[in-house]
Design a protein around this ligand. Sequence first.
Ligand code: ADP
Length: 633
Amino acid sequence: MQRMAEAADLAAHPGGRTALSGRWRLYWLVLALGAALLASLPVLAGRDALGLFLGDTARRGDTTLRLAVATMRGQLARFERLPQLIAETALVRALAASPDDPDLVARTNAYFKHIAVLLGASDVYYMDLSGTTRAASNHDTATSFVGGNFAFRPYFYDAAAGGQGRFFALGTTSRKRGYYFGAPVSEGGRILGVIAFKVDLDAIEETWRGGDDEIIVTDPEGIIFLASRAEWLFAGIFPLTEERLAQSAATRRYADATLRALPLAETPLRGGHRLATVTEAGTGAREFLLLSEAMPDVGWTVSVLLDTASARRQLLTALILALLVAGLGSMGLAVMGQRRARLRERLQMQTEAQAELERRVVERTSELANVNVRLEAEIGERTAAEHDLRKAQADLVQASKLAALGQMSAALSHEFNQPLAAARNYADNALTLIDRARVGEARDNIGRILALVDRMTSISKHLRSFARKPGQELVAVNLAEVVAAAQEIAALRLQDTQAELIVDLPADLPQVVGGPVRLQQVLVNLLSNAADAVEAGADRRIELSARASAKGVRLSLRDHGPGVPAGLRERIFDPFFSTKVVGKGLGLGLSISYNIIKDFGGDLKVFNAPGGGALFCLDLRAVAEASGGQAKA
Ligand code: ADP
C-alpha cells in the first residue's frame, strides 16, 4: 500500500528522479576522478617513487660494495711490500750488478719462479734501467718476459726514478690483466734496475661471477677493467674522448685490446640514489642502482650495479595495492553515498507522506467541524421547531379549551335561555290571566313555570358532575353489589317502559378498580338510555352481562332498540349531544359516564349488536392481587 503510494508519489514528482540521477552522476564523476588520479600515480611519482623502494637494494649493494673494496684492498696490501723485499735480496742485487752473467741470470730465473709460486704472484721479473727484462719467473714459458722491454710502463719509470711503481694493465705479452708493483734495485745509493711484481686479479673477478649483482672496477678514464660480466670488459662508461684514448695508448695499459663505449646513462634519484640505465644490443635497456666507492691510492672506482627489477616489482605491487585500496575505498564511498541517498529519499518520502497525512487530518477535522456546526444549527432549528410545536400545541389546547368553553357556553345559554324565555312568557300570561281573574288558567301557567325551573335545576345538578375531582380515591368495587343498587334505582323507569332486564353475572367475578357510587351512576345512566331506546319497539329486552377479561372485567349492556347510527357514534359521548326531544334528554349522561370510566382507568365504547340494537361495552381494571386492595364503599 505504502509502496503504491510511493510509486504514485514518484510519478507525481518526476523531479525526484532527476535529482537522484544527478547524485549518481556525481558519484561516477568522483569514482572516475579517483581512478584517473590513481592511474596517473606512476607517471606522477615516476622514478622518485622507485627511490622509495630502493632502500633494501641499496643496503644490499652497500654490503657487496664494501666487501669488493675490502677484498681488493686486502689483495693489494698483501703484495705491497714484497717487491721491495725481493729487490733487496743478495741474488737480485748481484744480478743488477752483473746483468749479463748467465749463471746469475739462471739462478735469478729459478729464484723468481720459486717465489712466484710461493707468494702467489703472477709474474716476478727484473728489468735493467733500459727497461729490458733480464730475468723473469716465466723465463721458461712461451710468453717469457726475458728480453722484453717495458720502459713505457709507469710502474717501471716510477720505480726507476726511485719511487714506488704501481700500475694496472693488460699484459702486453701474457695478455693477462694484472696489477704491477715496481721497486728499485739500488746499490750504494745508485739505482741499477727495477723489480716488477705482477699480481693476477682474475681470481678476484672469479668470485664476483654468478652473483645477482654486477661489480665493475673502472680506471680514472672510466674504462672497465674488472667486471663480473665478461662482455663489459674494456668498455668505457664515460665517452671515449681523444684525450682519454691517448692516455691509455701512452701507457699501453690495455695493450692492443679494442676499447668501446658502454652506453650507461646515469640519473640521480631522490634519496641520494643513482640510477643507471645500460642499453646493450642483445639485452636491450636494463636499469640498475649504482653504488660506487673510490680507491684513491690506486685511482680505481669500484661500482656495484644492482638490478632494480625487484624494487620495480615492489613499486608495482604497492601501486596495485594502492589502486586496489583506492578502488575499494571509492566503491565503499559510492555505496555509502548511495545508501545515504536512499535514506534521504526515504526520509523525504516519509516527510511528504506525513505532511500529506497531516493535511488530510486537517482537512477532515475542518470537515468535521463544519458538520458539527451544521448539526448544532440543525439542533437549534429543531429545538426552535419543537418549541414552536409545543407553543402551537399549547395554543391549540388553549384554543380547544376556549372552543369547548364557547361550545358549552352556547349549549348552556341555549339550554337555559329557552326555559327562561318560556318561563317569562308563562309568567306574563299568568299576570294577565290573574288581572282578568282567570285564576285557574294562571295557576296552570305557574305550574308550567315550575316545571321549567325544575328542568333548569336538573341541568344544573348534572353540570355539577363535571366539577368532579379526577384525583378522587379509587377502591376495589364489588360489581354484583353495584349492579344490584343500580337495578334498584332504575327499577321504576324500567317498569314505566315495560322493559325486561336480564342480568347475567358470574359469581366469581374479580373486584374492579373504581368508585361504587360513580359506577352506579354510570350503570343507571346506561340503563335509562336503554329503556328509552326500547320504549317504542316490540322487543323490550335489555341484557346486562359481565365477563372476566384479560385486563379485568368487561360489562356488556345490550338492548333491542334502534341502535346508534354510524354517523352519530362518535358524537354521542359529547356533552349536550342528544337526539331526544326537548325536556327528555339533556345530552349529558354519556359524556359524564365516559369521563367517570376514564377516571377509573377503564374504557367505554359503543357498538351495534349483530341482531340489532345498541351494545355498550364497559371495560374495568381488576384489582391486582399484589395491591390486595380492600373494597371500600
Ligand atoms: P340523553 O339521554 O339525555 O339524550 P345521553 O348522553 O344519555 O343524553 O344520550 C345521548 C344520545 O345517545 C341520546 O340522545 C341517544 O340518541 C343516544 N343513545 C343513548 N343510549 C342509546 C341507546 N341505548 N340506543 C339508542 N340510542 C342511544
